[in-house]
Design a protein around this ligand. Structure first.
Ligand code: ADP
Ligand code: ZN
Length: 614
C-alpha cells in the first residue's frame, strides 16, 4: 500500500503537511529520523503511517498515560490496531495486552519509558520484531528542556537489547540547539533525516494584557467565549483554586487540575474537560503535556510562565483543529517575582553540582528575561515568538494584539525630570542608591515607616507624582531604564542614574514613552475564511452537525473530537456531501469512520435540503 493510500483510507486526509512526507519516506527507507514541529503540526502521523506499512510492530514511547490512552482510542476508532502499556495498569490487564501483542494483534504499541526494562515486556519485545521505535516528546530526554524525565535516558540501552536494531525516530516541539543535541546524542540517532518545520501557527491569535486587576479582565475574556472550550493556566495551586472558584461563581462551568489533587480527582476533572462536560480547565503547568483535545479554542495565562518555550507549548494547546483560537496572557508586575522565586527554588536541587546549578540558573534567568520581553514588547507578538525560535517572519503579522493596535508616543519629559531628580536627591540625602519601591513611595508621597524614619518626606521631590498609580510610576521607571537613563545594579537591585540622565536633568533632552492604544478592550478574533460571513443557514447546519456528533459521542462514551474534530465538521459543512463517496472527501473522514458515521451525517444534509437550507 502506498503511504498516500494509508493517509486517505485510515486518516481521511487528502495531502501531507509540510515535513510529514520527508520523515515518513526516511523512516520507510530505514533511516533514523528527527522531527521538530510545533504542537498540532502533525507529528503523530509521521510514525503512525510507517507503523502500518512496516512489518512487525512500532513501539511508541510516550511520557504520559492520558496521551497514550487517547491516541490509542483515536487509532482504534480509525480501524488501526493499537494498544498501550503503562504503569497505572493492573497486572491482569497488562498480561492481556501482552498476550494480544504476542499473537500479533497490534501494529502500534504505546509504552511508558518506565516499562521498558520490565522483564516480561523486554522478553516480549526480544521475541517479536520491532521495526520502529518512535520517541514522542523527545525533549524529555534533555535536562536542558522543560520536562526532563530520567526514565527517557534508558531508551537507547533498551534498543541495544533488541536482537535487531529498529529504526529510531524522535519527535518534539522544542527546538533549542542544546535540546536537539541532547536528543541526537542520548538516543544515539544515526545520521537521521531531520525536519524542522516552521513554528508559526497562523490560526492562533496572540495578545498580552498588561493590567494589574486581573480578575474582572479574566471574567470578561472567558465570558466573551462562553460555550467554547479553553484552558486557564495559573502559576500556583492556590491560584488555580481561586480562579476556578471565581469562574464557577460566575456560572462558567470550570474544573481544575494541579499536582496537589489526588489521582482520582485529577482523572475525573480531566475527563470532565475532555468530554466537554466542563469546557474550561483551570490548571497549573502540571496539566497539558499529552492533552490531545483538538477543540481547545482559547488558552489564557493568568500568570506569566517562566519561559517562552513553556509559553508556546502551553498556548499551543489551543487550536489544534486548525480553527481560529486565542492565546492570551495577563501580565502583572508580580508575575516576575513569582517566576524568580521558582528559579531560585529550582536552584536548590541537591542532585546537581554547584556549577551545574549555576549554569541552569543563569539560563533560566535569561529565559525569564526573554519572556518578560514578550509581555512588554510593542512590536508584533508572533514576530517576537518566531524570532525566539530562530525563524524568519514579516515585520507585522496583522493577527496579534499588537499588530491590531497602534503605538502612541506620549511625552513624559516632565515626569522623567521629577523621577531622575528624585533618584539624585535620595542618593544625596542617604549617601547610597535605593530600589524602585522606596523611590516610588517617595514620589507618590507615601507615609511608610521606613520612608519617614529616613526623613525622605522633606525632600523637595516628595509627593511629586501623588496622582499617579503605583503601576504607572513603575511604567515610567521601566521606560527610563529601557532608554538608558537609569540602570538596575544587580546585586542590591538598586536604581542608579547613568551619565545619560544628565541630558534630561541639565541639557533639556525630551523623553517619550511608547504606549499601545487599542480601539477596543477585547480582541475580536478573526473568523475562519476571512471575509465570508457565516449565513444563518450555515449556522443551523453546523448546529445540526454538532448535535449529531454529540449524540454519537454519548452513545459511544467517547469525547466529541474522537468522533470528528471541529475542523472536520467545518469542512463537512463546506462540502455538503450527498453520498458516501462525497462524504469520504471530507478532511478527517477515513474509511472506518465513513462506515460508522456516514449515515448519521448524510441524514443531516438530507434534512437540511428538505428544509431548504442548502
Ligand atoms: P502533534 O503531535 O504534532 O502535536 P498531531 O499529530 O496531534 O500533532 O496532529 C494535530 C492535528 O492535525 C490532528 O487533529 C491531526 O488529525 C491533524 N493532521 C495531521 N496531519 C494532517 C494532514 N496531513 N492533513 C490534515 N490534518 C492533519
Ligand atoms: Zn503581529
Amino acid at each position: 500500500m502506498a503511504k498516500e493510500t494509508v493517509l486517505q483510507r485510515y486518516f481521511g486526509h487528502q495531502s501531507f503537511r509540510p515535513g510529514q512526507e520527508t520523515l515518513i519516506d526516511g523512516i520507510l527507507a530505514g533511516r533514523d529520523a528527527l522531527g521538530i514541529m510545533p504542537t498540532g503540526g502533525g507529528k503523530s502521523l509521521c510514525y503512525q503511517i510507517p507503523a502500518l506499512l512496516l512489518p512487525g510492530i512500532t513501539l511508541v514511547i510516550s511520557p504520559l498515560i492520558s496521551l497514550m490512552k487517547d491516541q490509542v482510542t483515536a487509532l482504534n476508532g480509525m480501524g488501526i490496531p493499537a494498544a498501550f502499556l503503562n504503569s497505572a495498569m493492573k497486572e491482569k490487564e497488562f498480561q492481556a495486552v501482552c498476550h494480544q501483542i504476542r499473537k500479533g494483534m497490534h501494529k502500534l504499541v504505546y509504552v511508558a519509558p518506565e516499562r521498558l526494562f520490565q522483564e516480561k515486556f523486554l522478553a516480549l519485545m526480544q521475541e517479536k520484531r520491532v521495526s520502529l521505535v518512535a520517541v514522542d516528546e523527545a525533549h524529555c530526554i534533555s535536562q536542558w528542556g522543560q520536562d526532563f524525565r530520567p526514565s527517557y535516558l534508558k531508551i537507547s540501552a533498551f534498543v541495544a537489547r533488541l536482537p535487531r536494531r529498529p529504526v529510531l525516530a524522535a519527535f518534539t516541539a522544542t527546538a533549542t540547539g542544546a535540546v536537539q543535541e541532547d536528543i541526537l546524542r542520548r538516543l544515539t540517532l544515526r545520521d537521521p533525516v531531520k525536519v524542522v518545520t516552521g513554528f508559526d501557527r497562523p490560526n492562533l491569535y496572540f495578545d498580552v494584557y498588561r493590567q494589574e486587576k486581573k480578575r474582572p479582565l479574566l471574567i470578561a475574556l472567558v465570558e466573551a467565549r462562553r460555550g467554547k472550550s479553553g484552558i486557564v493556566y495559573c502559576a500556583t495551586r492556590t491560584g488555580v483554586e481561586k480562579v476556578c472558584d471565581l469562574l464557577n461563581r460566575r456560572g462558567i462551568p470550570a474544573t481544575r487540575y494541579h499536582a496537589g489533587l489526588d489521582e482520582e480527582e485529577r482523572q475525573r476533572n480531566q475527563e470532565d474537560f475532555q468530554f466537554d462536560r466542563k469546557p474550561v480547565m483551570v490548571a497549573t503547568n502540571a496539566f497539558g503535556m499529552g492533552i490531545d483535545k483538538s477543540n481547545v479554542s482559547f488558552v489564557i495565562h493568568y500568570n506569566m510562565p517562566k519561559s517562552l518555550e513553556a509559553y508556546y507549548q502551553e498556548a499551543g494547546r489551543a487550536g489544534r483543529d486548525a480553527e481560529p483560537a486565542d492565546c492570551l496572557l495577563l501580565y502583572g508586575a508580580g508575575d516576575v517575582s513569582t517566576a524568580q522565586f521558582f528559579i531560585q527554588q529550582a536552584g536548590e536541587n541537591e542532585s546537581l553540582s554547584p556549577e551545574e546549578r549555576e549554569q541552569i540558573q543563569a539560563q533560566d534567568t535569561k529565559r525569564l528575561e526573554d519572556m518578560v520581553g514578550y509581555c512588554k514588547t510593542t512590536g508584533c507578538l508572533r514576530g517576537y515568538l518566531l524570532d525566539y525560535f530562530g525563524q524568519e517572519h514579516p515585520d507585522s503579522c496583522g493577527h496579534c494584539g499588537n499588530c491590531r493596535s497602534h503605538v502612541v508616543e506620549t511625552d513624559i519629559t516632565r515626569q522623567a525630570q521629577m523621577i531622575l531628580s528624585c533618584v539624585r536627591r535620595v542618593r544625596d540625602r542617604l549617601g547610597y542608591f535605593v530600589g524602585a519601591s522606596l523611590l516610588t513611595q517617595v514620589l507618590r508621597g507615601s507615609r511608610t515607616q521606613r520612608l519617614l524614619s529616613l526623613g525622605l518626606d522633606d525632600l523637595s521631590t516628595y509627593g511629586l507624582l501623588r496622582g499617579t498609580s503605583e503601576a504607572g510610576v513603575r511604567c515610567y521607571f521601566e521606560t527610563l531604564e529601557e532608554k538608558g537613563y537609569l540602570v538596575t545594579e544587580p546585586e542590591h537591585n538598586t536604581l542608579r542614574l547613568t551619565t545619560k540622565a544628565g541630558d534630561v536633568l541639565f541639557r533639556g533632552a525630551g523623553v517619550t514613552m511608547a504606549r499601545l492604544s487599542r480601539g477596543e478592550t477585547l480582541p475580536a478574533p478573526v473568523k475562519k475564511g476571512m471575509g465570508v460571513a457565516a449565513t444563518p443557514e450555515d449556522e443551523s447546519i453546523m448546529e445540526m452537525l454538532r448535535s449529531t456528533r454529540l449524540r454519537l459521542a454519548q452513545k459511544e462514551g467517547v469525547p466529541l473530537y474522537m468522533i470528528f474534530s471541529n475542523a472536520t465538521l467545518a469542512d463537512m459543512a463546506r462540502r455538503c456531501p450527498r453520498d458516501r463517496e462525497e462524504f469520504l472527501t471530507v478532511s478527517g473522514v477515513g474509511e472506518v469512520k465513513a462506515k460508522k458515521y456516514a449515515a448519521a451525517f448524510l441524514a443531516v444534509f438530507a434534512q437540511a435540503e428538505k428544509q431548504g437550507l442548502l
